[in-house]
Ligand binder design. Structure first.
Ligand code: NAD
Length: 358
């Protein structure tokens, strides 16, 4: 049976890097006889220019009918001043909420060949392999009531609501335990249970789930300590699970441990295992159109898609191995180039990955 993949190139460097990921996907599609079919839609500024909105309802409906989605990035200065309600990033929020993509998986994996690109000492980061599991559709970013109100004394006050229901916590908790089972079998749940009631409940629910996963070791850490430990001794972590806001911040910090944001893929999954896959970086308008963007985060996002939504582990392993080989050959885009390596552009990097596939 064929499986449908939606391609959303987006804006800026999006189309350039997605093009390389599609070449790689098409190659493994043939080599491993995957039966993938591709459909393409507009998102972000590209969709605003064509349809007056960052993602059409028709595109969402088409996405619903697909097994997985590969996204480049959205946004750019051209759309920075338009009405907030139709800005490019609204397209992202729309697809996340419409498809119920509640689990954001962000691996922070340091390739041994890139250890010099990290700002931390090699002995602190070499061998780093963390997976951050961030709750994506709840918590303080969505909690009501929210707003800015004027108090009786005339002063204005901003307010948001931090809340998580037991079922929301349980759902993301299970995702973290399941992911840990496929890795080093350790989950560290990050909260602020010494101050926030919502995270006292978070901790309780995680403890309640733990006996169902006796092969996985559960620990808890306050978010301030987790931030410190991520830069002090990041290799102590396997899977980190946390709420929307803490995850937003910690996953960016973890990303930088690896040296280049151009290397980092991500996945956002719903309860049916359908997922959207995208690089962690944005549309990089400063380098768009120059043919120098690093396509590897998007190529690795395609590999995550094969692994997590399409159950094509062999093809995913082949892509990961090909990326490793290309780095071994000393090929680097401008963002990760160091002394003694060879600088290549977006297309040449894509060519090299294709050539390195089995
Ligand atoms: P950015 O990630 O686009 O760029 C930050 C820096 O990293 C830039 O110097 C850029 O050149 C570099 N960079 C990023 N990806 C790279 C790659 N693949 N290869 C080489 N260098 C790379 O973040 P920003 O500059 O804060 O945002 C630019 C635009 O992207 C904004 O409009 C923002 O709203 C949007 N954005 C989109 C997403 C998304 O689509 N998921 C995420 C973040 C930012």
């Amino acid at each position: 049976m064929s499986k449908k993949v939606m391609i959303l190139p987006g804006d800026g460097i999006g189309p350039e890097i997605v093009e390389q990921a599609c070449r790689v996907l098409e190659s493994v599609n043939t080599k491993f006889n995957l039966g993938l079919e591709f459909v393409e839609e507009l998102i972000g500024g590209a969709s605003i220019d064509a349809h007056g909105e960052p993602l059409t309802d028709a595109a969402v409906e088409r996405a619903r009918g697909c097994d997985a989605i590969l996204l480049g990035a959205v946004g750019g200065p051209k759309w920075d001043t338009i009405d907030r309600a139709i800005r490019p990033e609204r397209g992202l929020l729309k697809i996340r909420s419409q498809l119920g993509l509640y689990a954001n998986l962000r691996p922070a994996l340091l390739y041994p060949q890139l250890v010099e690109a990290s700002s931390l000492k090699p002995e602190v980061v070499s061998g780093l392999d963390i997976l951050i599991v961030r709750e994506l559709t709840g918590g303080i970013y969505f909690g009501e009531p929210r707003g800015i109100r004027t108090l009786e004394n005339g002063e204005r006050e901003g307010f948001n609501t931090y809340k998580y229901s037991e079922s929301e916590i349980e759902r993301i908790g299970r995702t973290a335990f399941e992911m840990a089972r496929k890795r080093d079998k350790k989950v560290c749940s990050v909260d602020k249970a010494n101050v926030l009631e919502a995270t006292i409940l978070w901790r309780e629910v995680m403890d309640r789930l733990a006996p169902e996963y006796p092969d996985v070791e559960l620990s808890h850490m306050y978010v301030d300590n987790a931030a410190m430990q991520l830069v002090r001794a990041p290799k102590q972590f396997d899977v980190l699970v946390t709420g929307n806001m803490f995850g937003d911040i910690l996953s960016d910090a973890a990303a930088m441990l690896t040296g280049s944001i151009g290397m980092l893929p991500s996945a956002s999954l719903n309860e049916q295992g359908q997922g959207m896959y995208e690089p962690c970086h944005g549309s990089a308008p400063d380098i768009a159109g120059q043919g120098i963007a690093n396509p590897l985060a998007t190529i690795l996002s395609a590999s995550m898609m094969l692994r997590y939504s399409l159950a094509e582990t062999e093809a995913a392993d082949a892509i990961d191995a090909a990326v490793g080989k290309v780095l071994d050959q000393g090929l680097r885009t401008a963002d990760i180039v160091t002394d003694g390596t060879e600088k290549v552009g977006t297309q040449a990097m894509g060519d090299a990955v294709l050539k390195a596939l089995p």
